[in-house]
Design a protein around this ligand. Structure first.
Ligand code: FAD
Length: 183
């Protein structure tokens, strides 16, 4: 994945290693958009724990699903900032660890190798919940070749788009760090 001129990451084919199988283009959600015209059954949900509700961006439903999956010895994937304030997809197997994922971060997260990690857990028969933007969830389904896993729960959040990580690094964090140092 390489940054474009605005700081968004895009896949680039390494022509030295490419064997021309075309698989990356077949599973790309941009080149092969998913077709799904079904209207899902919908509910309005709000978490009944006031503290979780306060620390979530909306109703806190994600945390309720994460708790359910952890209670089944499952694995929870989400986006959290690392020590360098870079937003990355990672996973947790504990309820305490899931707290880092709570709340919307308005920047593109780095998927890294989380798709292959999720597949490994699913192939081992574990429950997995994977949250992310709709395009990241479409990417996960493409990676899994649309194979249906009964123990996979996906949470694609309502999303207007993500700002670029470079924008955040360039303008926001220096200001935040200055404020922290000034305190
Ligand atoms: C980039 C972005 C754009 C959004 N656009 C809209 C919009 O147009 N309209 C609207 O009504 N709401 C929008 N939201 C808000 C969002 O849809 C809800 O507030 C969110 O689903 C909160 O649900 P929750 O309270 O259950 O979970 P929370 O606990 O608040 O968060 C749910 C999950 O979001 C994941 N997440 C957080 N930031 C990111 C990120 N940058 N990339 C991938 N996953 C992330 C976390 O892993 C967490 O698991 C946006 C949020 C984000 C992050």
């Amino acid at each position: 994945m390489e940054e474009d001129s605005e700081g968004f990451r895009y896949p680039v084919v390494d022509t030295d290693k490419c064997i021309d199988c075309g698989l990356c283009e077949k599973v790309c959600p941009i080149k092969a958009p998913m077709q799904d015209d079904t209207v899902p059954e919908s509910y309005v949900v709000q978490h009944n724990d006031a503290e979780i509700l306060r620390s979530s961006t909306s109703g806190g439903f994600y945390s309720a699903i994460a708790k359910y999956v952890i209670s089944k010895n499952g694995v929870v994937f989400g986006a959290s900032f690392d020590e360098n304030m870079v937003l990355r997809h990672t996973y947790s197997e504990t309820l305490e660890g899931c707290a880092q994922f709570r709340g919307s971060k308005y920047v593109q997260s780095l998927i890294g190798n989380s798709y292959s990690q999720a597949k490994r857990f699913l192939d081992d028969g574990r429950w997995v919940v994977f949250s992310g933007t709709p395009c990241q969830i479409a990417g996960l389904f493409g990676f899994l070749r649309n194979r249906k896993y009964e123990k996979l729960i996906t949470v694609d959040l309502v999303c207007h788009g993500t700002p670029s990580p470079r924008l955040l690094a360039k303008y926001i964090w220096p200001i935040t760090l200055q404020l922290q140092e000034a305190r």
